[in-house]
Write a protein that binds this ligand. Structure first.
Ligand code: ATP
Length: 305
């Protein structure tokens, strides 16, 4: 079942077209990774979905209803974590969430318990510091907490891990895994390693246009089989030689060896013969599992031609 659908979204900043016919389909209870380079159009898309900015044409459907640009009510069941969250520095997390809770006019009698539960979910329950003393990771977790206070069905997160160190990123990914059990998440990122860890579906945007939208599993398995080999010969020289063979593609040095993909899977023996003829002895060979990052680089490279 689809929870969010964006159809043919077009956005211009003056003369510059930032989004060109962007389409997105997010299914209920999935984590959707909206990936793309800096400036690809991720924030512009998220801001358009939330009507934080105006767009020239296109439609947004949330939970089966067309979202009107002017109505706040249509977006009430969406939680939003901005790319640069900002807070009143002099409050504690508990005070700040109390303030957010009140602005939603939620039942007073549930307030304390609701805030306690949410603080627990983002690992800030015992924290009595003022927000001014928070690390970036803590602020990011508080931003998630404020987005959850009204129990949204969909959480939109704009680059939630980009400014964090590896431990901070891990905390956020753990929270995403937990939240996934009860709501849908669309999160944008250019950190593909993170997206590969938690996403079910990946949408890739480049230059304001969607390149693909597919389940993560198929993106990685769709690509041709790559191999990783080691040899005692100098790697740079071997790389140049195998490039000349015209039999391989995407060849590069990696972790003390060479990763390559055969242009034609039926040419394995030809490639073996080629290596023998050039006195390249393979000391180690195994299939190489491509990462989302490898696929990203390949797809953007193909798109350039
Ligand atoms: P980042 O990760 O850097 O935030 P992004 O994928 O979120 O990248 P956007 O911020 O959506 O990209 O920007 C898309 C394009 O629109 C970029 O070329 C950017 O320079 C341009 N852009 C964004 N906001 C504005 C604006 N207010 N005025 C003019 N151009 C803008």
């Amino acid at each position: 079942m689809i929870i969010l659908e964006v159809k043919n979204l077009n956005k211009f900043y003056g003369e510059f077209q930032a989004l060109e016919n962007v389409n997105l389909t997010v299914k209920k209870n999935e984590v959707y990774g909206f990936i793309g380079r800096n400036g690809a159009g991720k924030t512009t898309t998220i801001n358009s979905i939330l009507s934080l900015i105006d767009y020239q044409s296109g439609e947004v459907f949330f939970d089966g209803e067309k979202v009107s640009k002017r109505s706040m009510h249509d977006k009430r069941d969406i939680g939003y974590v901005p790319d640069v969250p900002s807070f009143p520095r002099y409050l504690t997390a508990r005070d700040f969430l109390g303030f957010v809770y009140d602005t939603y006019q939620l039942p007073k009698e549930d307030k304390d318990q609701a805030i306690k539960t949410i603080l627990g979910r983002v690992q800030l329950e015992d924290n009595t510091k003022k927000i001014s003393g928070y690390s970036r990771g803590m602020k990011q977790r508080l931003a998630i907490a404020q987005a959850l206070i009204h129990k949204p069905k969909l959480l939109l997160m704009d680059e939630p891990t980009s400014a964090l160190d590896p431990m901070g990123r891990k905390d956020i990914l753990d929270i995403i895994r937990e939240l996934k059990k009860e709501l849908t998440i669309l999160y944008s990122t250019h950190i593909l390693e993170d997206a590969q860890k938690v996403c079910d579906t990946i949408g890739l945007i480049e230059g304001g246009k969607m390149v693909f939208e597919k389940p993560l599993k198929t993106i990685i398995s769709d690509r041709e089989q790559a191999y990783y080999m080691r040899t005692v010969e100098p790697l740079e020289q071997v790389l140049r030689t195998i490039k000349d063979s015209q039999l391989v593609t995407d060849e590069h040095i990696y972790n003390g060896g060479i990763v390559y993909t055969l242009k034609d899977a039926g040419k394995t023996l030809d490639f073996q013969r080629f290596l023998n003829q050039h006195n390249i002895a393979i000391t180690y060979l195994q299939p190489y599992e491509k990462s989302l990052e490898d696929v990203f680089v390949e797809v953007l490279h193909e798109n350039r031609h």
